[in-house]
Design a binder for this molecule. Structure first.
Ligand SMILES: Cc1ncc(COP(=O)(O)O)c(C=O)c1O
Length: 284
């Protein structure tokens, strides 16, 4: 899966501009091989993916894209360049939303694209004409955030591992997806291409939508909010929030179940985050 608005851009906006997009499960290379058409120009992947935490093999997919003479673009927002370096793994372009971990304090909107010189030159020209340029205040906030990225990411990851283990041990939780857990279906691949596991995880509460809603209504330290990568822990329900724009049938196919809860684990005292989730889970 990809972030909900990326899905909308690809499924609603680009076709109107004469650009066709095929959606496939990119965690299986065979699906990508089958999806190539003579006119294909780009393979776009998001790894780990929002909100399913599915991971795909950047090196393998970039190699396949190269064989077909097309570029491979990686949305690196969840991992950040601190934990995952797509260009070193063979990708042509790496992009990150700075609104998230890079800014780190939920006080700016922005994004970064990194790639080879020629590509960047072409992109800079387009951005110059179309106007998607960061204002000076956001740029300043972003640079300030960047200075603590390494410290924050270590703490996000440390806390997320503790929270993931707690959730995995809870009888109220059906399953937990965190790249750092042995139980993550692609844990070996995660270890191969990421140097840390970041702060994002998802889980399914027993009792479906109703239980999920109760959990979110009863947390006190975690904030019910979209976006991610802030210093504070954020909790949200993708089926009704970030991925509400994705049709139900697609959500079902990619595993965004109605009871799936996404957590962006912050840098607070991990015991406080766990205590908050524990008391809310006891209510459902
Ligand atoms: C993986 C991913 N990429 C991109 C974005 C878009 O970021 P922005 O809010 O900066 O447009 C998001 C937002 O949630 C995201 O989760």
């Amino acid at each position: 899966m990809v972030y909900g608005c990326t899905y909308s851009l690809f499924s609603e906006v680009l076709p109107g501009l004469g650009i066709d997009v095929s959606f496939v499960d990119t965690s299986k290379i065979e699906n990508i091989k089958r999806a190539f058409k003579p006119e294909t120009k780009m393979v776009f992947i998001e790894t780990p993916a929002n909100p399913t935490m599915t991971v795909c093999d950047i090196t393998e997919i970039s190699g396949l894209a190269r064989e077909h003479g097309v570029i491979c673009v990686v949305d690196n927002t969840f991992a950040t360049p601190y934990f995952q370096r797509p260009l070193e793994l063979g990708a042509d372009v790496s992009l990150s939303s700075c609104t998230k971990y890079i800014g780190g304090h939920a006080d700016l909107l922005g994004g970064i694209v990194a790639g080879k010189k020629d590509f960047m030159k072409c992109l800079t020209t387009i951005v110059g004409y179309t106007g998607g340029i960061m204002g000076p205040h956001e740029a300043w906030l972003c640079i300030r955030g960047l200075k603590t990225l390494h410290i924050r990411m270590e703490r996000h990851a440390e806390n997320a591992m503790k929270v993931a283990k707690f959730l995995e041990s809870s009888p109220r939780v059906e399953w937990v997806r965190y790249p750092g857990l042995q139980s993550h279906p692609q844990h070996e691949l995660v270890r191969k291409q990421m140097s840390g596991y970041s702060g994002m995880l998802s889980f399914e509460v027993r009792g479906g939508v109703e239980a999920g809603r109760k959990l979110m209504d009863n947390v006190r330290l975690c904030s019910l909010a979209v976006s991610l990568g802030a210093t504070d822990t954020l909790i949200q329900h993708p089926a009704s929030m970030t991925h509400a724009c994705v049709p139900l049938v697609v959500r079902k196919r990619v595993g965004i179940t109605d009871g799936l809860v996404r957590l962006s684990v912050g840098i607070e005292d991990p015991e406080d985050i766990i205590a908050d989730l524990k008391q809310a889970l006891e209510i459902i």
